[in-house]
Design a protein. Structure first.
Length: 82
């Protein structure tokens, strides 16, 4: 599970303003997805499911679109070994 408070505590000693911007960008992303759910890149390896990824700064949000629901599947730093 991704913990935004922990992320902010980790980043703040290096650059408090950047830590705040990162958390704000990540928390704003779901609203963007609700407005434009297909904004992210489609990940064909999950076909026939419609799984997409959205990059928010150095973070990746993976999500799935169904007929009636948008599911956030994961969130992580792009430098993580995944």
């Amino acid at each position: 599970m991704f913990d935004l408070e922990s992320l902010h505590r980790f980043l703040a000693p290096m650059d408090h303003a950047a830590a705040t911007r990162a958390v704000q960008a990540i928390t704003a992303a779901p609203k963007r997805l609700l407005e434009r759910p297909r904004i992210g890149q489609r990940l064909e390896e999950f076909d026939p499911r419609e799984v997409r990824r959205l990059l928010v700064g150095d973070y990746e949000i993976r999500y799935e679109i169904t007929a009636t629901t948008l599911y956030v599947l994961g969130l992580w730093h792009t430098r993580e070994d995944r």
